[in-house]
Design a protein around this ligand. Structure first.
Ligand SMILES: N[C@@H](CCC(=O)N[C@@H](CS)C(=O)NCC(=O)O)C(=O)O
Length: 214
């Protein structure tokens, strides 16, 4: 099997989902810096792989893919064990609903409504009222996660799955951005558990100060 090629800068949260996955699954891979200051996403060669000109994108043998969560699901289905990607359709769907909720709802709120405003938008252009509203929404979403996790170590119970990757990677930004968070002891413990995983520490806990604009 040849190395899986991954295009994307390590500061991108969407790239981080893919990097965290390949590391958890122990897959032989190489990452090419692309996007942001590295550029390289507007070449004909790259646009053939991802017509959106965004990172991440991957090549695994003859297959090329874009869209971070499609990549995570593909890698999980091909290389993951039973706990990471359950074969049973019902068990997997129960996990996938949390993955989909994380991508469409949690990520949208953390990354686009809060992170983008506070880190990637010049101070003069920030809409602090909309950020405040998004932080309130985020509190409600995290209360849902708190309730879901309950006594479980991970979204699937005792072991990490693809759903934890799609949900958990957003927590590094959630816990490191400067705003007041509601009291969520279960979620705090879950995040703490993730930070103890070497793959999470290496690929998700990536300093994003280089992205900050004043
Ligand atoms: N829905 C896509 C979004 C991809 C996306 O927006 N990528 C951002 C980085 S997080 C990007 O490529 N931005 C332009 C750049 O970095 O040059 C996915 O999940 O992969």
């Amino acid at each position: 099997m040849s190395k899986i090629e991954i295009w994307g800068r390590k500061t991108s949260s969407n790239v981080q989902t893919v990097m965290w996955t390949v590391a958890e699954l122990g897959l032989d891979h190489v990452r090419h810096d692309a996007g942001g200051v590295f550029g390289g996403t507007d070449t004909n060669e790259f646009l053939t792989i991802n017509p959106m000109g965004l990172v991440p994108a991957i090549r695994d043998d003859d297959l090329t893919l874009f869209e971070s969560c499609a990549i995570v699901r593909y890698l999980a289905a091909k290389y993951g064990d039973e706990s990471f990607w359950p074969a049973n359709a019902t068990t997997r769907a129960e996990l996938d609903q949390w993955a989909e909720w994380s991508k469409t709802t949690v990520s949208k709120t953390i990354i686009y409504d809060v992170f983008w405003q506070l880190i990637r938008t010049p101070a003069a252009d920030r809409d602090y009222e909309s950020v405040e509203r998004a932080i309130v929404t985020l509190g409600k979403l995290m209360a849902i996660a708190e309730n879901r996790l309950g006594d479980d170590d991970y979204l699937g119970g005792g072991a990490l799955s693809f759903a934890d990757i799609i949900f958990g990677h957003t927590l590094y930004r959630y816990y490191t951005l400067d705003f007041d968070r509601p009291v969520t002891p279960v979620l705090d413990a879950y995040y703490e558990r993730l930070t103890k995983r070497s793959a999470f520490a290496e690929h998700v806990m990536v300093d994003y100060s280089s992205l900050k604009v004043d």
